[in-house]
Ligand binder design. Structure first.
Ligand code: NDP
Length: 276
């Protein structure tokens, strides 16, 4: 019987993970199935146990269970530890449940490998201080950025994140109204403001002719943040579709020991989005 994989979330109907992993499996000749499972809030831990006791080999975990997956994991990677959230579960040879977080490396690979954005020495402005932002700070620091300013609507949440990296010294926090009117090398929108058709209120001078702008969100149409950045003449404007595919590829590599080719999968997803 083929090895089983799944993504657990609630809601889950619109997840693209089954399509992405089916394409990876086909491309690399791996015999596996991957499904999207709607999990009731009260049942998450028991559902993970049931899945990993059968021929279930690995799980992706999405909203709202990433923190509970972190708590459930009996071994965690360093990046998962710092992220405080887990999006990838599997069993170690000794039977323990292992937890990893591939969101941050997914973002870094999309920026660096797919879009040629230079991270080494970059001055980065990150908007938002939720789970997604927490997961990407350490991988960005590891990629050699010079500084990260985390700006958030609720300033205390940005400050809490910056404190986690106090020893490193490269992460600062502020509110949107305190963001300096200087051009940054890279601006990453990690808020969910685009979902409500909104835009974090930051100075237009943060976008210069050399600035790359990245929205973790994506959709059939450019997000409000991507439109704003394009209108201001940003050097690069990128949405989060590549991050989604790259984080999936890293989970696939962890589970199967094979690195899939992400480019054709991104192209197929982009074409499907445009056809909506
Ligand atoms: P959270 O709910 O944990 O955090 C939401 C963040 O957005 C908070 O900082 C919140 O500010 C801020 N926010 C919400 N609404 C507004 C608004 N109207 N104006 C300004 N700020 C706002 O969400 P996540 O961190 O899990 O996800 C954030 C985004 O990243 C989502 O759009 C998600 O789809 C995307 N994402 C994409 C991934 C990918 O692979 N491409 C992977 C993971 C996430 P406050 O603290 O003040 O409430």
């Amino acid at each position: 019987m083929a090895d089983r994989y799944a993504v657990f979330g609630n809601p889950i109907a619109h997840s693209k993970s089954p399509q992405i992993h089916a394409r990876f499996a086909e491309q690399t000749g791996q015999d596996l199935t991957y499904s999207a499972e709607h999990i009731e809030e009260h049942d998450f831990e028991a559902a993970v146990e049931r899945f990993l006791q059968g021929n279930g080999k690995g799980l992706n975990i999405t909203v709202p269970f990433k923190e509970r997956a972190w708590a459930l994991a009996q071994w965690r990677s360093e990046r998962a530890e710092l992220a405080g959230a887990v999006n990838t579960l599997y069993r170690l040879d000794d039977g323990r449940i292992a937890g990893d977080n591939t969101d941050g490396i997914g973002l870094v690979r999309d920026l660096d490998d797919n879009n040629g954005v230079v991270l080494q020495g970059a001055r980065v402005l990150v908007l938002g201080a939720g789970g997604a932002v927490r997961g990407v700070l350490q991988p960005l620091l590891a990629a050699g950025v010079a500084s990260i300013l985390v700006a958030n609507r609720t300033v205390s949440r940005a400050e809490t994140l910056a404190e986690l990296f106090a020893e490193d010294g490269r992460v600062q926090a502020c509110g949107f109204d305190q963001v300096p009117a200087d051009a940054f090398d890279l601006i990453i929108n990690g808020t969910s403001a685009s979902l409500q058709g909104e835009l974090p209120p930051i100075p237009v001078a943060t976008v210069g002719m050399q600035t790359a702008c990245y929205d973790m969100m994506y959709g059939a149409e450019p997000t409000p943040f991507c439109r704003w950045a394009s209108d201001l003449g940003a050097a690069r404007v990128i949405d989060g579709l590549g991050m989604l595919v790259e984080q999936a590829a890293e989970s696939f590599r962890i589970w199967r020991g094979v690195q899939p080719d992400t480019a054709p999968v991104m192209q197929a997803l982009r074409a499907a989005l445009r056809a909506i």
